[in-house]
Design a protein around this ligand. Structure first.
Ligand code: NDP
Length: 656
């Protein structure tokens, strides 16, 4: 077994994933099994690094100072380097980049023979020193204290040289050129990161950037631009290994509990929904016989439904868009045809009604369908876990790679499992369960008319159906916005999401409609109008908040968002601090919860069962907010704390 090279608490130089930059990091611990170190950057970011991505501080400095022409300072001023916006803890904010002592223009940096290149101290303009810009402190002072004096001397020399050079070189023109380059580089972040990663493979730790490589950079840039245009899948580059250390949902014991508790909850609530007296205290409800829970025909219908949705998903209609950058800088493609799938499903349901196919079969065998969906989810999750064992390390999720089978099975190891171009997680998030929910609601509406001998569905049933239909259609119409939600960007695809998508959503979110079948609740038109107004208020907040963030993440320079204030962060991403995201830290959750309340109200207050969704949803979103907050704190460090100071309330203004 190879012995470890660095001790705990030792300060070394660690490579920032996906870039060629090295920063001072402190070793936190070492995993004997994977041979990875957990290290902490100065801005508080913790990552796992391979030993090959780490250097001792002394060897690092020696290498740089021993080569004048090949000094990293020179490299840091090269086109690819200066344009890099890789996610690094030491990358200075834009206005600081241009301050006189920190310029990374190639010409100036060529003069730097000091050998302190990647960690060029960032000297703030006097007027700016007290002005917080959201960057972690490390970006402002990024060098060891023992060489401060040496650094100051070098800096002042550089400054002199720089001034004289700028004078000769027509400073305004030069500055403008640099600014243009910086702007251009900013928008080309991903491409540059990929180029850097590719080049890094070839560099073999020497710090000379040959003209040959410059040329190669240009070639690669051209190639990648053409890739962007024709929507080819970018080739994944680099390897980043993250091991899950912080376990969520109660860790191993908690997730084991949830694997049994979630299906049990579904069956209990469905059984209660069909009871005459659905009081939750009527426990346990009469249980059906074990044999009656399974019917092959029902399973066949379930599979037919699932694969029909697969077929719709595979149709080559709808635009193809890129998802958010993955941890290695690449992005996946997604075909946006959810709304078409919905229309085709609606047509199929319409034809079934025309042909007088008994859709109430679904209501009559509701529990059996839930059993089939659960069995399918378990088998599917086992498949996902098994295939994840062969997945490349960089394709694993950050939260589902603990090494514990049960925990990883529940959380999901692989982030974006795909069969060819077919994305399993993305498909399950929006299609069989979500569209299935609407179909279940419709069947409940038809069953209500049948059971209660009505010519028309009840007003309460119409409201529940139309509110939830709006929610689903909206999600499918604006399908692209789902690409930035946590489920897609962060969660692995395991039992939690599979069961949530295929069982929890279609069978429990339709609980209100199921309840109304046997428990009519008459509501007046004024009450209905007030509930509709509440729903529309919630929808307005939910949709505009989500759209605002989505538009901002897609294009932070969108002129329509120019009025919004932001806090810059060390990752290069900004945080919105005005508009919806300045009201509370999760305005979209607020809107979603208001809508959830509006879904419950038409069912009246005779029983708590139809209010299960809002109760569960409050708990879910408070927990989800805490999880997201934890991740954002890790991602953005001080900038996130600043954001929390500016926006103190999480979901409910002035309450929570
Ligand atoms: P969000 O869409 O709120 O995404 C959170 C992410 O947004 C953060 O991780 C961060 O990611 C980014 N962010 C946070 N604050 C800011 C800011 N100030 N400025 C810019 N970006 C910021 O969370 P979810 O994925 O949980 O929810 C998406 C939607 O789905 C919500 O409307 C929610 O209500 C709904 N939902 C519905 C469920 C249901 O069952 N009906 C279940 C769960 C969610 P980064 O900085 O990396 O971009």
């Amino acid at each position: 077994m190879p012995s470890r090279k660095f001790a705990d608490e030792e300060v070394v130089m660690g490579r920032w994933p996906g870039s060629v930059l090295y920063y001072e990091v402190q070793v936190i611990n070492y995993d004997d099994r994977t041979h990875h170190y957990t290290v902490k950057y100065k801005d508080g970011t913790e990552l796992e690094l391979k030993e090959s991505d780490m250097r001792s501080v002394s060897s690092f400095r020696f290498r740089k100072s021993s080569s004048s022409s090949g000094s990293p300072s020179r490299r840091s001023g090269s086109r690819s380097r200066s344009g890099s916006r890789s996610r690094s803890p030491g990358r200075p904010a834009k206005h600081k980049r241009r301050s006189s002592s920190q310029s990374r223009e190639p010409k100036n940096d060529k003069k730097n023979m000091s050998g302190e290149p990647y960690l060029i101290p960032l000297k703030l303009h006097e007027n700016n020193t007290s002005q917080y810009n959201g960057e972690p402190d490390i970006t402002e002072v990024n060098y060891s204290s023992h060489n401060i004096l040496e650094q100051q001397r070098i800096e002042s020399e550089l400054e002199k040289e720089r001034m004289s050079e700028q004078y000769v070189l027509h400073p305004r023109k030069e500055e403008k050129k640099t600014e243009q380059m910086t702007e251009q580089m900013y928008s080309e972040e991903k491409i540059q990161q990929r180029i850097e990663s590719e080049l890094e493979k070839e560099r073999m730790l020497e710090y000379v950037l040959h003209p040959r490589k410059e040329k190669k950079t240009e070639q690669m840039t051209k190639q990648m631009y053409s890739e962007e245009r024709i929507f080819e899948t970018p080739k994944p580059v680099g390897k980043i290994c993250m091991k899950t250390k912080e376990l969520e949902f109660g860790g191993k014991i908690g997730t084991t509990f949830f694997i049994f508790f979630l299906p049990a909850t579904v069956f209990y609530l469905l059984l209660m929904g069909k009871q005459k007296d659905p009081s939750l205290l009527n426990f346990p409800p009469p249980l059906p016989s074990f044999e009656s829970l399974w019917e092959m025909r029902v399973f066949g219908v379930f599979l037919l439904w699932f694969f029909l949705q697969v077929l719709f998903n595979l149709l080559p209609i709808g635009k193809v868009v890129y998802g958010t950058p993955l941890v290695d800088g690449t992005r996946l493609q997604y075909r946006m045809n959810g709304f078409y799938a919905f229309l085709l499903t609606a047509a199929a349901v319409g034809i079934s009604l025309y042909l007088e196919i008994e859709l109430c079969y679904l209501y009559d065998h509701f529990l059996q369908f839930a059993v089939c969906a659960t069995v399918f989810s378990v088998v599917f999750s086992i498949y996902l876990y098994a295939r994840s064992l062969k997945a490349p390390t960089q394709e694993l999720s950050l939260g589902g790679n603990s090494g514990n089978i049960i925990y990883d099975f529940f959380m999901g190891r692989e982030l974006n499992p795909r069969i060819g171009n077919f994305d399993l997680k993305y498909f399950c998030e929006l299609r069989p369960g979500l569209i299935g929910w609407v179909v279940v609601n419709l069947v409940m509406l038809l069953t209500e008319m049948k059971v209660q001998h009505r010519n028309m569905p009840s007003l309460a049933m119409i409201l529940v159906n139309s509110f939830q239909l709006l929610y689903v259609v909206d999600g499918l119409w604006l399908e692209e916005t789902i690409l930035t939600i946590m489920d897609i960007t962060y969660e692995g695809f395991g039992f939690m999401l599979v069961f949530g998508d295929l069982v929890w959503v279609p069978f429990l979110y339709s609980l209100q409609a199921l309840y109304l079948v046997n428990h009519p609740n008459e509501i007046s038109w004024p009450t209905a109008s007030a509930i509709v107004a509440l729903k529309m208020l919630g929808y307005y907040i939910f949709r505009s908040a989500n759209l605002q963030k989505h538009a901002f993440r897609r294009n932070p320079k969108d002129p329509k968002l120019a009025h919004l204030k932001v806090i810059p962060t060390a990752t290069g991403k900004n945080l919105l601090v005005s508009g919806w995201w300045g009201l509370v830290r999760h305005p979209n959750y607020l809107g979603d919860l208001i809508m959830a309340l509006a879904w419950s109200l038409p069912c009246g207050f005779n029983h708590i069962l139809p209010h299960f969704y809002i109760i569960y949803f409050v708990i879910l979103l408070i927990h989800r907010e805490a999880r997201d907050e934890h991740q954002c704190k890790k991602k953005y460090g001080l900038a996130w704390e600043k954001y929390c100071q500016r926006v103190p309330y999480r979901i409910f203004p002035y309450i929570y």
